[in-house]
Design a protein around this ligand. Sequence first.
Ligand code: PEP
Length: 248
Amino acid sequence: MRRKIIAGNWKMNKLPNEALDFITELEPLVKNSENEIVLCVPYIDLFYTLLNAQGTNIKIGAQNMHWEKEGAYTGEISSEMLKAIGVEYVIIGHSERRKYFNETDEDVNKKIIKALEVGLKPIVCVGETLEERENHKEKEVIKNQIEKAFKNIKDISNVIIAYEPIWAIGTGKTATSEDANEITKFIREEILKIYGKDVADCAIILYGGSVKPNNAKELFEMSDIDGGLIGGASLNAKDFANIVNYNI
Ligand code: PEP
């Protein structure tokens, strides 16, 4: 059976002292969960949260990385740097990075290759815009994103995929559990075509887009949804804990 992963994405929120307080508040609330709990925090909060989460069931991730090992890339952070301080996960290709920082499918591919090379687990985001959905193009768009993201990657056993319809991110509009499951199932079928049934059966595919404590259970109990990537609701420890504990 596939494990469930509940990952928070704080985006550009929380100062180090707020991040420390958050872990302190969250830890007792989620200590009995058997789900994998990940918090993807701003770079500046990584070290603090890693220290405060030591010995707990909370794992820490970054929200981006560069694909080069080192060099003249002012303002960037490498996968080696993340790995060196104990980061386990990294979000790659979030729609906000694609939209505001012009990240392409080719960049996403280079980042996944590099993350896997150093032993980070990439959480790879795919998803369609509202316009694409209204034109019934979502499957075509996602197929294309997947093929490009995983180009020349032989082993995706450490990759997590997050289906995030862009129109549902931060808008309060959640995909229905049936719609979300249809696309996660479609993603699994695409993985099957590239990597075969065993890999597809084990692939972890999350849903993200306005997941809240009141809709998490319904979404995460669908056949092909293996947990969630949570933005807004991961900023509040009680809300995030309620989402993590949806199956307790
Ligand atoms: C996200 O940023 O990945 C996300 C899903 O945000 P929200 O939960 O706020 O829609």
